[in-house]
Design a binder for this molecule. Structure first.
Ligand SMILES: Cc1cc2nc3c(=O)[nH]c(=O)nc-3n(C[C@H](O)[C@H](O)[C@H](O)COP(=O)(O)OP(=O)(O)OC[C@H]3O[C@@H](n4cnc5c(N)ncnc54)[C@H](O)[C@@H]3O)c2cc1C
Length: 386
C-alpha cells in the first residue's frame, strides 16, 4: 500500500515525503508521535490570536539559494532580520557582541582604542570565536576577551547547558563570536525571514499531496517493527519491502542498546501581555540575571499586528526521557563512543535512512536539515526509486 514509511513530520521527514510524492509519484506514510505536523517548527495561534512558536523562536535564515527557492514554492515570506540584545550590568547591548556593543559598555576613548586593535588584529566584518579571542597576546584585547567571556558567554553557557564551557564540544562553544562589525543583525545570511502565514501552514502545503498520508499521535513502534540484525521491516505485522526514512532519536531506534544519549531540554513559559509591544527587538538575552536565558517577543518575528503581544521565557533544564522534549544534543567526550557505536549500526541498515537532528544526533539549523534532506533524496532515494 505504501512505498515509503517516514518517521517524523519535521523538516527532515516532510521535505523527503514531498520529494518522493512529487518527483517519484510514490506513496508515503508519515508516522508522527505528536498530535501535529511540523516538528519543532510548529506554530499556532494562542488565545489572544497571536501566532507563537510552540517549541521556541524559529527564524529562518540561509545562504543556500536552493533551499530558499525550495521553501518559497510553499510560502510567501515576512522579510525579517533578527536582532538580539544582551543585558550586561543593566545595559542592553547588541549580541553577538560587536563594535556598537563596545561603545555601549566602555567610555568612548577606550571603546575606540579597542575597536582599532580588533580591526588591526583580525580585520573588519570578521567573527572571532570568543575562545580564540581569549588566546590573544595583546593586553587590551585580553581584557576585552575576559570581559565578554565573563559577562556575555560564561553564565549564559552555564544556564543553557548546565555545564562548564570546557566540558562542551568545541562546535558548541565555537559558535559564540565577537563580531568585528557595526551590523547589529544576529544573522548575516542573504535570505532571512519567517513564513508569511506561519510554519505550520507552510508544512500543510508541503504535505498537501494525495500520495502522502500522515498519521499523528502514533509512535512508530506501535505499527512498525524493524529487526536490526536482518534489516527486515514489518508494517502492521506484514513484511514491508520499501525503504524507511527515520528522523526520530537514534538511541531509541536501537532500544538504547548503547545507553541513552544526553540532551538539553527547555521549559518554555509563554505570557500574553495587554500592550502593543513588550521589548525593543525580537530577543533579549539575560546572561547574568534571572533563571531564564532569554525572552522573545513573537510579533517582531512574525510581523503580526495586534493590540496585545506575546512573549516566551526559556528555562533550560536536563532532558528526562518521557517527561520533557530532547532539544539540543550534548556532544562531548563522554558520549562520543556510544554515538560512534550507534552510527556503526546505522551503516549496516541499507533500507533505512537516518536524517535530522535526532536521528543524526547533530545540531542542525532548519536550512541545513532541508539541504541534507534534499541531498539524501537526490543521491540515495531518487536513484533507487525510479
Ligand atoms: C529552541 C529551538 C530554537 C530553534 N531556533 C531555530 C532558528 O531560529 N533557526 C533555525 O534555522 N533553526 C532553529 N532551530 C533548529 C530547528 O528546530 C531544527 O533544525 C529542525 O527542527 C530540525 O528538523 P528535524 O526534522 O530534524 O527534527 P524535528 O523538528 O524535531 O522533527 C522530528 C519529528 O520526529 C518525531 N518523532 C520523534 N520520535 C518519534 C517516534 N518514536 N515516532 C514517531 N515520530 C517521532 C518528533 O515528534 C518530531 O515531530 C531551533 C531549535 C530549537 C530546539
Amino acid at each position: 500500500m505504501f512505498d515509503y514509511i517516514i518517521v517524523g513530520s519535521g523538516f527532515a521527514g516532510s521535505v523527503i515525503a514531498e520529494r518522493i510524492a512529487n518527483q517519484l509519484q510514490k506513496r508515503v506514510l508519515i508516522i508522527e508521535k505528536r498530535q501535529h505536523i511540523a516538528g519543532n517548527a510548529f506554530d499556532s495561534y494562542n488565545e489572544a490570536g497571536i501566532l507563537v512558536h510552540n517549541y521556541g523562536p524559529h527564524i529562518f535564515h540561509t545562504k543556500i539559494k536552493e533551499v530558499w527557492d525550495y521553501l518559497s514554492q510553499f510560502t510567501d515570506w515576512n522579510i525579517y532580520h533578527h536582532q538580539v540584545l544582551g543585558v550586561i550590568d543593566g545595559v542592553k547591548v547588541p549580541i553577538p557582541f560587536n563594535i556598537n556593543s563596545l561603545y555601549e559598555v566602555f567610555p568612548k576613548s577606550i571603546a575606540s582604542k579597542l575597536e582599532e586593535k580588533l580591526i588591526q588584529s583580525f580585520g573588519y566584518n570578521v567573527k572571532v570565536p570568543i575562545l580564540k579571542l581569549k588566546e590573544t597576546e595583546d593586553e587590551d584585547l585580553k581584557y576585552l576577551a575576559d570581559f565578554v567571556y565573563e559577562k556575555v558567554f560564561l553564565n549564559y553557557t552555564l544556564k543553557q547547558w548546565g555545564l562548564q564551557p570546557e566540558d562542551l564540544d568545541a562546535s558548541v562553544t565555537g559558535r559564540v563570536p565577537v563580531y568585528i562589525s557595526r551590523d547589529n543583525r544576529y544573522f548575516q545570511d542573504r535570505y532571512q525571514g519567517t513564513p508569511k502565514f506561519g510554519y505550520t501552514k507552510m508544512f500543510e502545503r508541503i504535505l498537501d499531496n494525495e500520495n502522502i498520508k500522515v498519521l499523528t499521535n502514533t509512535d512508530y513502534k506501535e505499527i512498525v517493527d524493524i529487526n536490526t540484525n536482518t534489516s527486515e521491516i514489518k508494517f502492521m505485522n506484514n513484511k514491508f519491502d520499501g525503504q524507511l526514512i527515520y528522523t526520530g532519536p537514534i538511541d531509541y531506534f536501537f532500544d538504547y542498546k548503547y545507553g541513552e544519549l544526553p540532551y538539553r531540554s527547555i521549559n518554555f513559559k509563554f505570557n500574553d501581555i495587554h500592550q502593543a509591544s513588550y521589548q525593543q527587538v525580537g530577543t533579549v538575552n539575560y546572561p547574568n540575571d534571572y533563571d531564564f536565558t532569554r525572552i522573545t517577543e513573537f510579533k517582531h518575528l512574525t510581523g503580526q499586528r495586534n493590540e496585545s503581544t506575546s512573549i516566551v521565557k526559556e528555562f533550560s533544564e536536563a532532558y528526562i526521557p518521557g517527561v520533557n522534549v530532547p532539544y539540543y544534543p550534548i556532544k562531548n567526550d563522554s558520549n562520543f563512543d556510544n554515538l560512534k557505536n550507534y552510527k556503526t549500526l546505522v551503516r549496516q541498515l541499507d533500507n533505512v535512512h537516518f536524517i535530522g537532528r535526532l536521528a543524526e544526533y547533530q545540531y542542525y539549523d532548519m536550512d541545513a536539515v532541508i539541504a541534507k534532506a534534499l541531498r539524501v533524496f537526490n543521491e540515495k532515494i531518487l536513484k533507487s526509486g525510479e
